[in-house]
Design a protein around this ligand. Structure first.
Ligand code: NAP
Length: 480
């Protein structure tokens, strides 16, 4: 009997996704260019009850599938997706469906959709979030492409294998046309960078401004995880801080080199926001923070040059003992307000992309898709949906859902940023989230002077406060 779906790519994600599909009682064929990986997978991971057909040639793989063929690619992003899809072409027929489930750049997905449509292939982009475990147990899935094809051939499968909330909602829904699925996944990753860096800075302040031990910091995060900051990332952070180093040095976290890695989706988000003239400082600063962390040797040298503490020594606490409890309460407010700003920026970016490409994104619904299965899962996302249910959202910070909470957090947030900066600690996302708030809520900014400067040196013109906005003026600032 022909298989319902095929999975191409037996790497970390492909294997987990294949098992997930099988556990939902769909028949599937699997293929990997290196057949040994498929053999190992079949021998070590697949049970007798799994209805998985291994294929060792592209011809057999495609032949094993029912028509129209549905092939999920779980391969390395980039040119590999083109190579792999081109390789499949000679075996596919008009109307067959290829779904790229890797972390592809959305503009590549748009290009591929057009290119393969000319050859009769329905190409889909599909953001998948949740890592190896998510792929196995239920990820958050963000597919985009032709809506009718999605409804007729993919909807049931993808909704079934996605994560489900406690109320039974699937964390998969049709996102829109074109590369919107990969775009939404990209911004999800940008938001993930922001969430992680905000938490990292809270840890850094508790450690270096309050002088807390890892266990004390873990207690703080555990406490926060019982409240409005409840999230997967806060939860794993509290657990990470208690893990002992197998080499016996104390907690493992202290033995890990402070150089952060990255695979590029945060950078893509930042670059795309710049291209769309959007303001997303929390996400950009989170990318910069990883970049700066990677300049370890330079930082060690500079720390010594400027008389900061050498590596391995704890900085002396900067907050007075009697003020620590207030500071921790303030910090929770600062973290929460920064998180709201980060999501406000991310969702504004999604709105800008939706407007630019006429994707008609349902942003409240997208927030719901991230409630389970993905790295940024949090109770907070339900609130974003409620904010969108209020009506048109210009910026999340202006919604009734968040406005009062932000107002009541501002004083504490400022105290935290001042304390962090006074202690000489690098807290860019918490500080720049506050600056974003201050900028966005400023009726007047110094851009009038900027326009005067531009007009002086480049005759770029300016608008006047006392004239209609569609009129431009130029002044002769000095005689040549
Ligand atoms: P992986 O374990 O490194 O597997 C990569 C797969 O791509 C392998 O099956 C590999 O085949 C195949 N491949 C590489 N070059 C190829 C080529 N030239 N021709 C044919 N196949 C080729 O990667 P992964 O973690 O599963 O990630 C797969 C995709 O999911 C990536 O786009 C990644 O960004 C995305 N993703 C990953 C995660 C995660 O947490 N890992 C989460 C979300 C999304 P061989 O075995 O023959 O080399």
């Amino acid at each position: 009997m022909a298989c319902f779906v095929g999975v191409y790519g037996m790497g970390v994600m492909g294997q987990s996704l294949a098992l997930n599909i099988s556990h939902h009682h769909y028949t599937l064929a699997v293929y990997n260019r290196d057949g040994d990986k498929t053999r190992e997978f079949m021998q070590n991971k697949v049970q007798e009850t799994d209805q998985i057909t291994p294929s060792y040639s592209l011809k057999d793989f495609v032949a094993a599938l029912e028509r129209p063929r549905k092939i999920i690619l779980m391969v390395k992003a980039g040119t590999v997706v083109d190579l792999v899809t081109d390789g499949l072409l000679s075996y596919l027929e008009e109307g067959d469906i290829v779904i790229d489930a890797g972390n592809s750049f959305y503009k590549d997905t748009e290009r591929r959709m057009k290119h393969y449509a000319e050859k009769g292939i329905k190409f889909f982009g599909m953001g998948v979030s949740g890592g190896e475990k998510g792929a196995l147990l239920g990820p958050s899935i963000m597919p985009s492409g032709n809506r009718d094809v999605f409804n007729d051939h993919l909807k049931q499968l993808l909704k079934d294998i996605a994560a489900h909330t406690t109320t039974g909602d699937s964390c998969c829904d049709y996102i829109g046309k074109g590369g919107s699925g990969h775009y939404v996944k990209m911004v999800h990753n940008g938001i993930e960078y922001g969430d992680m860096q905000i938490i990292n800075e809270a840890y850094f302040m508790l450690k270096n401004a309050c002088g807390f031990s890892n266990a004390q910091i873990a207690d703080v995060f555990e406490d926060w995880n019982r409240g409005r900051l409840q999230s997967y990332l806060v939860e794993i952070t509290s657990k990470i801080l208690r893990v002992k180093d197998p080499c016996g040095t104390g907690e493992l976290v202290d033995a890990i080199l402070d150089e952060a890695g990255q695979k590029g989706t945060g950078m893509w988000t930042a670059m795309d926001a710049l291209e769309k003239h959007q303001c997303v400082p929390t996400m950009c600063e989170a990318v910069f923070a990883r970049n700066l962390s990677a300049q370890k040797d330079e930082r060690v040298y500079a720390a010594r040059e400027f008389g900061k503490q050498a590596e391995g020594q704890n900085l002396s606490p900067k907050i007075l003992q009697e003020e620590i409890s207030t500071f921790v309460t303030d910090l929770e407010q600062a973290v929460y307000a920064s998180k709201i700003m980060s999501y406000a920026q991310g969702f504004s970016l999604l709105q800008a992309a939706s407007d630019t490409y006429q994707w008609n994104l349902d942003l409240g619904n997208i927030a719901l898709l991230w409630r389970e299965g993905c790295i940024i899962r949090a109770v907070f996302l339900e609130r974003i949906k409620r904010a969108y249910d209020e009506g048109k959202v210009v910026n999340l910070m202006l919604t009734d859902e968040f406005k009062d909470e932000i107002k009541s957090s501002v004083a504490a947030w400022r105290r935290v940023v001042i304390a962090g900066i006074a202690a000489g600690l690098y807290v860019p996302t918490i500080a720049n989230s506050l600056l974003y708030f201050d900028g966005y809520t400023s009726e007047k900014l110094p851009a009038n002077l900027c326009q005067a400067q531009r007009d002086w040196f480049g005759a770029h013109t300016f608008k006047r406060v006392d004239k209609p906005r569609d009129e431009s003026f130029h002044h002769i600032w000095e005689q040549m």
